[in-house]
Design a protein around this ligand. Structure first.
Ligand SMILES: *Cc1c(COP(=O)(O)O)cnc(C)c1O
Length: 432
């Protein structure tokens, strides 16, 4: 598969180059040169496939000969090594639980796949790959756990001191081995500017092989389409495909779902479920894409003011906003509605949502009211225990801690204190 830059179609790269670079040289996002059509026979018999087989068959055309088939199969097997249950919450609404991986967030799938691809690509490199990533919480944990122990790859995670939850900090700081956590005396924007400055720095560029690990990277983005195929395996009423509500921030997840749809997955409609940062729902109703400063909300992993994957959504519909709007309905959910939904779904259905899943639930519920006779599911992107205060406040009950979280408390934390300064980061990177 060849990928092209969304800034300039003539800038092309294979999967290996796209995954190791992250962004194209002209700073454009990489996009697949063509969208493979899923084998109709596979779709007919989808229930008979194991998760690994299905994942391998879907991802093979995107990877092509960049990775030998038996290696790719093993990578997929390790990536999807946990359940993706579609749980019925009400007769018309199910929840696709994507939080049964190592760090209890859906980002585990992308992080695990990307880390293993980079590990394979760096196997005969003398120079280690250094993955540099700034996190406001969830990304860092998924990346740390995904890359832990991967040969030839060093991971450096910057997080803002005092601004991530206790569980999130434990997930970042207890890995050890090839994972280093830098506790930055600043906020998330400081962390992000330090990372950006490092990528622009000529000395660092020549001395280290730097790459990033967010959803702009094709190796993190592409495997996310598997969720939607796993849901279809479990979907009972194949004559009536689902409406799918995706809680969205950077729109990596939703655009991966649209990619699956374009390659042949049956879907009735998508919902771009957003919090107050509703740049995309605004675009879908007005046709104007206007980035805005971020507003802090209860669903903070979706607090994004200029979603990077929006350009991929448009490209999937050949830059035709009308065609995109026919397949994707936008919906904004306030913090008050999020709390109300958490409380109501727990009280009436004994089902515990997290704030991000609650945004999607509310959006789907309102959509179904306006479109009677349809049914669908939400993507539940994080375990409620990652947001214990909000969830407890809404439901009145403490969130039970899964064993994976309890184990963290007994582990030793390691981090390096770092001033919020690009120069301090550069000096530290060069001194290692
Ligand atoms: C990252 C994240 C999202 C947003 O996903 P995008 O692909 O950026 O749209 C939603 N929910 C949770 C819990 C997340 O961590």
């Amino acid at each position: 598969m060849e990928y092209y830059s969304l800034n300039n179609r003539s800038i092309r790269a294979g999967f290996r180059e796209a995954a190791t670079r992250g962004l194209a040289p002209d700073k454009g996002l990489y996009f697949p040169g063509h969208i493979p059509v899923t084998d109709p026979q596979l779709m007919e018999q989808i229930e008979t496939y194991s998760k690994s087989e299905l994942g391998f068959r879907i991802l093979l055309p995107y990877v092509g000969d960049a990775i030998p088939e038996e290696v790719l199969y093993r990578i997929v097997e390790e990536t999807v090594d946990f359940p993706f249950p579609l749980v019925q919450v009400r007769p018309q609404i199910a929840s696709l639980e994507l939080y049964h991986g190592a760090t209890l967030a859906f980002k585990d799938v992308g992080a695990r796949f990307m880390s293993r691809c980079l590990g394979y690509f760096s196997r005969d490199n003398k120079k280690k790959i250094t993955v540099l990533v700034a996190t406001s919480g969830d990304t860092g944990g998924a990346v740390a756990s995904g890359f832990l122990g991967v040969e030839g790859v060093e991971v450096v995670i910057l997080y803002p001191a005092g601004k991530v939850s206790a569980v999130q900090e434990l997930q970042l700081t207890t890995c050890g081995q090839n994972i280093t956590a830098l506790k930055v005396a600043g906020n998330f924007d400081d962390c992000q500017s330090m990372v950006k400055a490092a990528f622009m720095d000529a000395t660092l560029q020549t001395r280290l092989q730097l790459t990033s690990a967010n959803s702009i990277n094709v190796a993190r983005w592409l495997p996310q389409q598997l969720y939607y195929f796993y849901a279809w395996q479990q979907w009972q009423d194949k004559a009536h495909p689902p409406v799918i509500a995706v809680p969205s921030g950077n729109y990596g997840n939703l655009s991966a779902g649209l990619l699956a749809y374009k390659s042949g997955l049956p879907v009735e409609n998508f919902i771009a479920a957003s919090n107050e940062n509703d740049i995309v729902p605004e675009f879908l109703s007005t046709g104007a894409y206007i980035p805005r400063p971020v507003v802090t909300t209860l669903s903070n992993a979706m607090d994004v003011g200029d979603p990077s994957n929006f350009v991929r959504m448009m490209e999937l519909f050949s830059q035709d906003a009308g065609a995109l709007g026919a397949m994707v309905a936008g919906h904004k959910v306030s913090d008050a509605e999020t709390m109300d939904t958490l409380k109501k779904v727990y009280g009436e259905c004994q089902y515990l949502l997290d704030p991000h899943g609650a945004v999607a639930y509310r959006a789907l519920e309102e959509y179904l009211l306006a479109h009677p006779g349809r049914h669908g599911y939400i993507l539940e992107t994080a375990h409620p225990v990652k947001f214990p205060d909000t969830v407890q406040q809404a439901t009145g009950n403490p969130v039970p801690e899964p064993p994976a979280v309890r184990q963290l408390y007994s582990k030793l934390q390691h981090f390096i204190d770092m001033p919020a300064s690009p120069d301090a980061l550069k000096e530290w990177l060069l001194s290692r």
